[in-house]
Design a protein around this ligand. Structure first.
Ligand code: CA
Length: 423
């Protein structure tokens, strides 16, 4: 067992029972306090822990981590230290806050390197080099196939044989809390003879999770399903904003482009794969049998509850979806093995999103396209208004958390408000 994952560990720090940031979580992020330079941090309960300062004070001295790793705008250099070291850092942080490790049992001691969470700004944690988006939920792919193509043959012939994906755009991946503008683009309205240009009318979210690469691979050398976890540092929430009308007109034959690349929100925390270890579950049965390079052993799915809320301007939020990462047909190890099987290399900081995560039931659909059945049905909001897609002024909030043996490991949130299109 990874030491910091022990469910019996209790902290001397008061941590609210419903906090995403239990002492068993210890995620990594990048924060900024006032006008100071950004630094790498973790969060426990309601406290942000400045890891650069902790390193300066010698708490990681035996691990010999260069100062620049934590005095950094991104987590990339930290992740690149490798799992042996990042795991040791997480274990050490656990010790610092562990009630039973008397050596550091003092609030005074940490007063030097902690901040109340509401006093800092959280920044984009990773410098994303390349971004790939998969399409790995069978429920989502089936729902979309029914809406866009043939209900009897919803899945295309390749779907059960490989994790379908495409190369996305890294420049527009932004941290939670950053507002976005409604995108403009070409659309072909139903019945029209010519395309029109204007603000997207069918703006949608996609409930996804993304994994972050913490170890680079070599060009020409595939990563196997067995090796894959060594390359995956951790996970974050991912809202892959989609302009359905732009997407529908542009996507044939080369796939998603401007309907997808205008913005994707992530949560500010990367939850390590280590912290998710206790929440492994078996994935769905894969039929027909996959090709040998996609075979895997053990439990490679994770039980992460996922939630989407829409909050209209000036009103309370409403939950519109409750899904789970465990529904994924293709797991991350298969995705990475497939991504690299042709010799394509990956780099530290690359981000791979799961694809929209939908469950079997209506209340577990991961996009408005599915929830509204392509715009046929609307849902009622607390302020009496109705939604088929996302309106200006709406904030879309995604949350994720794992719970087991009295331990909660949460992802914080990925939220973003939609502002009107630039005139
Ligand atoms: Ca997507």
């Amino acid at each position: 067992m990874i030491k910091a994952n022990n469910p019996k560990i209790k902290s001397w720090l008061e941590i609210p029972a419903d906090s995403d940031f239990s002492i068993q979580n210890i995620p990594f992020g990048v924060f900024k306090y006032k006008n100071n330079a950004p630094k790498v941090c973790t969060r426990i309960g309601d406290l942000i822990i400045d890891l650069a300062k902790a390193n300066d004070l010698g708490y990681f001295a035996d691990l010999r981590i260069p100062k620049s790793v934590f005095r950094n705008t991104y987590l990339n250099d930290f992740m690149a230290l490798g799992k042996k070291t990042t795991r040791a850092v997480r274990d050490r942080i656990s010790d610092l806050f562990n009630k039973r490790v008397k050596k550091w049992n003092s609030r005074d001691l940490i007063a030097d390197f902690s901040y109340p969470a509401e006093q800092v700004s959280m920044l984009l944690p990773v410098k994303v080099g390349d971004y790939t988006d998969f399409y790995s939920s069978i429920e989502h792919a089936t729902n979309l196939g029914k809406l866009f193509r043939d209900p009897k043959n919803a899945l295309l012939p390749n779907w059960r044989h490989l994790p379908v994906g495409y190369h996305g755009r890294a420049s527009s991946i932004i941290v939670s809390g950053t507002p976005i503008r409604r995108p403009k683009g070409q659309q072909m309205p139903a019945g029209a003879k010519k395309p029109v240009y204007g603000p997207c009318r069918l703006l949608d979210f996609e409930l996804e999770m993304a994994f972050v690469i913490g170890k680079s691979s070599e060009l020409g050398h595939p990563v196997t399903t067995n090796q894959a976890e060594d390359y995956i540092f951790g996970l974050t929430l991912f809202n892959d904003w989609s302009a359905r009308d732009i997407q529908k007109w542009e996507y044939v034959p080369l796939g998603p482009f401007l309907g997808k690349n205008f913005a994707s929100h992530i949560s500010p925390w990367i939850i390590t794969l280590d912290a998710l270890e206790p929440f492994r579950v078996k994935g769905p049965n894969q039929r027909p049998k996959v090709l040998p390079y996609l075979e895997y052993e053990g439990e490679r799915n994770y039980d992460v509850q996922l939630e989407v809320q829409i909050q209209p301007e000036g009103s309370e939020a409403k939950r519109v979806s409750l899904s789970n990462f465990k529904y994924m047909y293709w797991n991350m190890c298969q995705q990475l093995a497939h991504h690299t099987v042709n010799g394509c290399n990956v780099n530290v900081g690359d981000m791979m999103a799961s694809g929209t995560i939908s469950g079997k039931n209506k209340n577990s659909y991961g996009s408005m396209l599915e929830i509204s059945m392509g715009g046929k049905h609307s849902i009622k909001m607390p302020d009496g208004s109705e939604r088929k897609f996302i309106l200006d002024g709406d904030t879309v909030i995604m949350k994720g958390w794992c719970e087991k043996d009295g331990v909660r490991v949460g992802f914080g949130e990925a939220s973003g408000k939609v502002l009107p299109a630039i005139p």
